[in-house]
Design a protein around this ligand. Structure first.
Ligand SMILES: C[S@@+](CC[C@H](N)C(=O)[O-])C[C@H]1O[C@@H](n2cnc3c(N)ncnc32)[C@H](O)[C@@H]1O
Length: 199
């Protein structure tokens, strides 16, 4: 998985990332993908990047880091060419109300961040992160409405009962493709969503 958010421009790729740009650049060289990475806060990107894009793609674990969703949608709109495509595949916000042991512990409708004091890293649960993380829950309707608010035309919104990491350790099983589902087939809640929109 490439961390951060990526802009794809036909056969060229541009990504941006708050911290991991250097790592992403090294990885792109190792796998032979021509790509350019910028280390920047997404909110500052219009100040450091003067380009428009045919496709903006963003994946898994992006929105919860962002306090201001409207500003995020403005950045998407700013960088998309007329007729360009925006695609997002993301952790379903409903899941942020659940603790790792699958109990409802957080509100869905809140503008306040929830604070993770420390805990296992999502990419490697043997690594314990010893710093606070501030995360925001943006409801599905908020996500749709900020994009509509920028005049983007939504082609589809899909929801999925599987995900890309072990979000609820002990409750999930991984298939041969690295996809996680609940062991208990009676648990049918949305874990991911995808959305495609045009400018
Ligand atoms: C959960 S990871 C994303 C994983 C990646 N999208 C994937 O599919 O593997 C979230 C990333 O967003 C970056 N990030 C958080 N806030 C950001 C911001 N304001 N601007 C740019 N990148 C940010 C973090 O450094 C982190 O690497």
């Amino acid at each position: 998985m490439l961390r951060g958010k990526l802009f794809y421009i036909f056969n060229a790729i541009l990504g941006w990332e708050l911290y991991l740009g250097r790592w992403a650049k090294q990885l792109s060289q190792e796998v032979g993908v021509s790509a350019h990475f910028i280390c920047s806060d997404i909110y500052n990107l219009p100040d450091v990047l003067d380009k428009k894009f045919d496709i903006i793609f963003t994946s898994y674990g992006v929105l919860a880091w962002l306090p201001d969703l409207k500003k995020w949608a403005e950045v998407i709109h700013h960088f998309l060419k007329d007729g360009g495509v925006f695609y997002i595949a993301e952790i379903h916000p409903l899941t942020t109300i659940l603790s790792k042991d699958f109990k409802i512990t957080e509100p869905y409708f809140t503008k306040e961040p929830f604070i993770e004091e420390s805990g296992p890293d999502y990419a490697d649960n043997t690594v314990i992160i010893e710093s606070k993380a501030y995360m925001w829950t943006h409801t599905l309707s908020d996500i749709i409405n900020v994009l509509l608010g920028e005049g983007l035309k939504i082609e589809f919104l899909h929801e999925f009962p599987f995900t890309v990491y072990e979000q609820f350790p002990g409750f999930m099983e991984e298939d041969e493709k690295g996809i996680y589902r609940f062991k208990d087939k009676n648990i049918q809640i949305p874990l991911l969503f995808s959305l495609k929109a045009f400018k």
